[in-house]
Design a protein around this ligand. Structure first.
Ligand code: SAM
Length: 248
């Protein structure tokens, strides 16, 4: 009996107490260039958000955002890929603190190279899964969140892996402040469907009033690598803007 209980528990949590969170994406791609390894070795520690993972923060102590960003508004980019949009926003908005989250280490290395080149000092990085980050972000701490070209998971049986599911949207709604903005860009029509169905269930309103509101990019937009690929391959970007209406 005990053994069965242990087996059942082991499916829900790790011996450290960490929940099992299956991650289906890539953590590493082709071999890093020497310069990329140098950026990781020299810059990532300094630009990391601090103790986020269960291994280093088993008590799930909240990140001290004030010590990192003072009283600046904080924006979060989930799955920043190569980091071009992160750096673009950081340069445009020096009075904002940006947190970027990306488990793909080659992408993290690319972002570090861009930060060096741009010389911006308002970015902090969590080189891991956003679900671990959500655990340790204070409630109402984020003013704006970006989800740009999330993994599409096209097969119907994989739709539950998509970001726009309760596992991600519930903690996102918790950390976003009332009135906070959530931007989603995608080129996959079925992802638009699921986003418009799911996101409003978690205390968000869709701000589009007319078709141009989702057909035209945001005024401060910079096309990401995935958007460029989508356009080359003839797919149509959709730009969806939501506002958190919790407490209203
Ligand atoms: C299709 S790529 C888009 C990258 C970039 N936003 C762009 O537009 O070029 C999706 C990214 O989301 C990241 N991702 C997937 N699951 C994630 C998770 N749980 N937490 C954070 N990032 C995640 C992937 O590693 C990948 O880099």
């Amino acid at each position: 009996m005990k053994r069965k209980h242990d087996q059942d528990m082991s499916r829900e949590s790790h011996p450290s107490g960490a929940p099992w969170r299956n991650f289906y994406g890539r953590l590493k791609g082709k071999a890093l260039r020497k310069s990329q390894q140098t950026w990781l070795d020299e810059d990532l520690g300094r630009l990391s958000l601090g103790a986020v993972g269960w291994d280093v923060n088993p008590e799930r102590k909240e990140v001290d955002l004030a010590s990192l960003f003072g009283n600046r508004p904080i924006w979060l980019e989930i799955g920043f890929g190569g980091g071009e949009h992160m750096v673009h926003q950081a340069m445009r908005n020096p009075d904002v603190g940006l947190i970027g989250c990306e488990p793909y280490i080659n992408g993290v290395a690319m972002l570090l190279g861009k930060i060096r080149e741009a010389g911006c000092d308002n970015i902090r990085i969590h080189p891991g899964d956003v679900r671990d980050l959500f655990d340790v972000l204070p409630e109402n701490s984020i003013s704006r969140a970006f989800l740009l070209y999330p993994d599409p998971w096209p097969k119907a049986r994989h739709h539950r892996r998509r970001f726009v599911t309760p596992e991600h949207l519930e903690p996102l709604a918790r950390v976003l402040r009332p009135g906070g903005i959530f931007r989603v860009a995608t080129d996959i029509p079925d992802y638009v469907r699921q986003t418009l169905e799911q996101v409003p269930r978690h205390g968000f309103e869709w701000l589009a009033e007319r078709p141009k509101d989702w057909r035209r990019p945001w005024d401060d937009w910079l096309p990401t690598r995935y958007e460029k690929k989508a356009l080359r391959e003839g797919r149509v970007p959709h730009y969806l803007t939501f506002r958190s209406v919790k407490g209203c």
